[in-house]
Write a protein that binds this ligand. Structure first.
Ligand SMILES: C[S@@+](CC[C@H](N)C(=O)[O-])C[C@H]1O[C@@H](n2cnc3c(N)ncnc32)[C@H](O)[C@@H]1O
Length: 196
């Protein structure tokens, strides 16, 4: 597979290896912190394309049962350092191919859909629909842009709805105030519920 193909782990290995990670927030976004603060019961959570895994660490520290996957071995090495005592939540795995064992209550999205070439997007929602329990949620940050080249590959207006419906219905949609520069003004926090 070509080195410039974002659907190949080598593309991401190279960037993590060089510590060139303009998408990395180096911490937990405010909307996720607020979400974690209001969740009352432990959830089974999947973090696909976890990268350096600050959010996976926050889910684990809050008592949730987390599986954080990434298909880049370099990302997993970095995440292991960030997760410290919670490193057991990590798995080197491809989102489209791994065996989850059982479906999840929640999938956390940040900079994962926009990391996938647009040609791969039609596979995203059907795969999520299999990974989330009926009534479960997809929560996180989504990125809009008409820039042809990526990553990040941005959504067009109405495109997220076309991708996720009818498997999911949107139940929350908020602007984001603490975006890092690559996403600033072009991302929103949204929560989608899996149809029962
Ligand atoms: C832009 S980075 C975002 C990382 C992290 N979510 C964050 O917000 O910092 C995208 C990540 O998705 C991973 N990735 C891309 N396609 C994947 C796939 N099919 N399965 C698992 N991980 C994948 C990449 O290796 C990379 O770590």
């Amino acid at each position: 597979m070509a080195k410039q193909d974002a659907s190949a782990p080598e593309f991401w290995d190279k960037r993590y290896g060089e510590r060139f990670m303009p998408w990395d927030a180096g911490g937990v976004p405010a909307a996720l912190a607020a979400f974690l603060a209001q969740e009352r019961r432990p959830l089974r959570v999947l973090v696909p394309g976890c990268g350096s895994a600050y959010e996976a660490r926050a889910f684990a520290a809050a008592g949730h049962d987390v599986l954080a996957i990434d298909f880049s071995a370099q990302a997993i090495d970095l995440a292991r350092e960030v997760l410290g005592p919670h490193a057991g939540v990590l798995r080197l795995a491809d989102f489209f191919a791994f065996d989850p064992g059982a479906p999840f209550d929640l999938v956390y999205e940040r900079a994962f859909l926009c990391a996938l070439p647009r040609s791969v997007w039609p596979r995203y929602a059907p795969r999520l629909a299999k990974l989330v329990v009926p009534g479960g949620r997809l929560a996180g940050f989504f990125f809009w842009s008409d820039e042809v080249r990526g990553p990040p590959f941005g959504l067009a207006p109405g495109e997220l709805e076309r991708l996720l419906m009818p498997w999911f219905e949107r139940i929350e949609d908020k602007p984001v105030a603490d975006s890092i520069p690559v996403f600033a003004g072009r991302e929103r926090w949204q929560v989608w519920r899996r149809a029962v």
